[in-house]
Structure formats: C-alpha cells, structure tokens
Design a protein around this ligand. Structure first.
Ligand code: PLP
Length: 440
C-alpha cells in the first residue's frame, strides 16, 4: 500500500500550492469542452463566477443553526417553496434542502418507514418496491434503514409495468418508487398509475425527480408534451429534486419535498435533553454549508423562469441534433423512447463498448451500461460546441468498426470505481476492493 501522504512540516505558500493543484488536475475529465456526458452540469463561465461570489459570501456560515443565520433560513425556505411549487406542490407542501440526490432519497425512504411504523407499530421489517431502473440510493436507503427492497424489472420498452408493482404489494409494503426520469434510460415511469396504486393501498409514493424536477416543468412550459410526474398526480407523497444538476447550483444542493408537512415530521430528529443543549435536526447532516444553500437560492434568482426555459430549449436542440445524427448512422439506435435530455444508444451491428473505447481514444469520456449494452449521455447547455465533433467522431468510428460477432461486451465500470477494478470472477468482492484501493 502506498502511504506517502504526510502533513508538511511547514505550510506551503498558497501561490505555489495552487500551481501544484492546477497541475494535479491534468488527468481529470475534460468537461469544459463538453467532452464529458455526466458528472458536471455547466451553464457558463459567467454563471459559475457569480455562484462562486455567492459561495464566498457564505463560505463560513453554518446552516446547522438557522437562528444564528436567519439569511440562510430564508434562502432555504424560499428554495424549498419555489421547488415545491414548480413540481405541483400545494399550500401544504413542505421539504428541506439536502446535500444531494442521495440524501434526498435516503430521507424520503426513512420518512416513509417511520410514517409506516407509526401506523403499524407491530409490523415486521417493512418493504419498498423499487423499479430496477431506480437510482442505487434507494437500495442504499433500504440497507441503511433495515428495509427490504423488492425490485421490479422493466418491460421490453424499458418502462415500468405498474401491474407488476401492484402484484408485489403486501401488508409490510411502506412505499412505492418511481423515477422522472430514470437515470439509465431517461424514461419517466407511469406515475399516475403508481399514484393510484399507492392511494388504493394507503402507502407512500416517492418520485425521484433528481434529474427531471428542474427540467420537465420548463419543457412543459415550452409546449413539449411531458408525462405526468409530480404532486399534481394524486398519491405522490414525496419527491427528490437536485439543484446541483439541472438547477445549475453548486455541488451539494438538492431538495426532498413532501405533499404534506405532516409527513415531513417523520423526517426530523430531536434530542431535547442533550448535554450540549436541546438539539433539533431537519435532515441528515449536522453542520451544513451556507455556501451551498446561498448558491442554490442565487441560481434560482439569477436564472428565473425565463432563464431556465431558455437553457432547457437550448439543451433540447443539442439533444435533437444528437438524436438525428445517431439515428442516421447505420446500426445505431436509441434505447426505448427517452422523455428528456438523458438517454442511451446501442448498436444492432457492432460492439458498442468497442465504439466507446475508440471514442475515448479521441478524448471523449464515455459512460457505458449493460442491459442492453449502451452508451449513456446527459446533454447540457455546455454541449453546444461538442455535438458536431462528437457525431463526426462517432460516424467515422462506426464506418471502420468491424461487425460484431456476437461476443459478450467487456465488463463496464460505473460510479465510484474504474472499469479495471470491476473485472474479476466475484463482482461484489471486486467492487469492495475497488473502493478500498481508492484510499491507498
Ligand atoms: C443523480 C441522481 C440521483 C442521486 O443524486 P446524487 O446527487 O448523485 O446523490 C438520484 N436519482 C437520479 C435519477 C439521479 O440522476
């Protein structure tokens, strides 16, 4: 194991240090040029500079104590209210800001568990029913909060079949899950049908709109037909919406929202008799960055409805060019019918991962997924200059790619570890090893 990091005896001058840290970035993903199709949601240099100014202003402030920092309390409650209204929340809607989609989902699940327990004190371990396409954070929540996840496979059109969900419900089921849209295929689950099932069984329905919550409402305002996905659907009890994706805030910002503040009550934690004073905490974290909360508020204020509509319109125009270009290449096709700016494509003639590897040789950072083997893409306003170059490279590569002889594609790496770390006979063990090796 390499263990060469040591605390320097004497501090390093900031100028020298900054140069070294710039150099350290040389191997990082090149997102500014649009060569990356995930992880970074960049709007413009100007927007980022303004967010940094705001972050600087609230760099030291701590939202652990809203009474010490009434400014942050106002920003957070404004952000929650604005986002709730955007996704169809009424007067009783409520929520909190969180550190990201994962925390929003963890809290949505924990809240439903505690609501279920309050009504069924004798029930055993409760269940959540999760589409296979839902984000891993739901499975993480089940593992953290001792619940049983029941996975529902999607149909041949990669859309969730709500009849399969209904069949899986039993007396220990606390909640259903839908995505708007799902990360792998960019497809919105049948939320109205799920809502009706949830109401019939008097259980919760969490809609994960981490990707779509700050995108689909503006698509609708632009006149695009979008599937019903939010609190306007009866039965939807909670939602997660990321601000650090299409909200174009800084990293570490998201909201978890509830149809009714009475449900949110089950999210809170209080310890009135703590020796350090009465303690009350709304979400998972203790200390919370004032910079993140202030940046999320500032992003909403700087862009406004027209700003978001404009960036959604531009993003969709780049997506449309990508779709047209991909469909024009022999053997390539989109997987299913994606609902917004997130999608994947596959090849009926070639090994798609070999195409991915060649794209990477040309400087693109490619996300791969299985079932079916495909290349995954998230389009943002920052891809303006990348679309033509990407399509040109893709076309050239496919033209020279030998036809696939049906061989199994190579193992895919996803988040947290690299693809070389995921290969091996025992995938669970190799993922644990991969995580460990990240800290060597
Ligand atoms: C990104 C994402 C999440 C998780 O969010 P993090 O911010 O990465 O924790 C959950 N669901 C969907 C659909 C996402 O795209």
């Amino acid at each position: 194991m390499k263990r060469n990091a040591t605390l320097p005896k004497h501090g390093i001058a900031p100028g020298r240090l900054l140069r070294a840290m710039h150099a350290a970035k040389s191997g990082d993903a090149k997102w500014k040029s649009g060569h990356t199709w995930s992880l970074v949601y960049h709007l413009s240099e100007d927007h980022t500079e303004h967010l940094i100014d705001v972050y600087r202003l609230f760099f030291a402030e701590n939202a652990l104590s809203p009474t010490a920092f009434p400014s942050l309390k106002k920003f957070e409650s404004d952000v929650v209210r604005i986002m709730a209204r955007l996704v169809g929340g009424g007067e009783r809607a409520a929520g909190t800001m969180t550190s990201g989609g994962t925390e929003s989902i963890l809290l949505g699940v924990k809240t439903h568990r505690d609501w279920f327990r309050s009504r069924h004190p004798k029930a055993r371990r409760c269940k959540l029913i999760v589409p296979a396409t839902a984000h891993p954070a739901f499975f993480k929540a089940a593992a953290y909060f001792d619940m049983e996840p029941v996975t529902i496979q999607t149909g041949p059109d990669f859309r969730l079949d709500s009849a399969e969900v209904a069949k899986a419900i039993d007396k220990n089921t606390a909640m259903l899950v839908g995505s708007a849209p799902s990360y792998p295929y960019g497809i919105v689950d049948p939320i109205r049908e799920l809502g009706a099932i949830a109401q019939r069984h008097d259980i919760g329905l969490h809609v994960d709109a981490c990707l779509g919550g700050a995108f689909l409402p503006f698509m609708r305002k632009l006149g695009h037909p979008i599937p019903e996905f939010d609190f306007s659907v009866p039965g939807v009890s909670s939602m997660s919406v990321d601000l650090h994706k299409y909200g174009f805030s800084c990293k570490g910002t998201s909201v978890v929202l509830y149809r009714d503040s009475a449900l949110r009550r089950h999210q809170f934690f209080v310890k009135p008799d703590w020796l350090g004073g009465a303690y009350a905490s709304a979400a998972m974290l203790g200390t919370r960055s004032g910079g993140g909360i202030a940046s999320a508020w500032a992003a909403l204020m700087m862009l406004g409805e027209n700003g978001y509509m404009d960036l959604v319109r531009r993003t969709l125009s780049y997506r449309d060019r990508l779709w047209k270009g991909i469909r024009a290449i022999d053997g390539l096709e989109l997987v299913g019918e994606p609902d917004m700016s997130v999608f994947c494509f596959r090849s009926t003639k070639h090994d798609i991962f070999s195409i991915g590897a060649k794209l990477e040789k040309r400087g693109w950072r490619i996300d791969r997924q299985n079932n079916p083997p495909a290349i995954h893409m998230i389009v943002t306003p920052n891809h303006r200059l990348a679309v033509s170059a990407f399509l040109r490279d893709l076309k050239n590569i496919v033209a020279t790619e030998p036809l696939s002889k049906g061989k199994a594609p190579a193992a895919v790496g996803l988040y947290g570890v690299t693809s070389s770390q995921t290969s091996g006979a025992n995938p669970v063990e190799s993922l644990y090893r991969g995580l460990e090796s990240n800290y060597e």
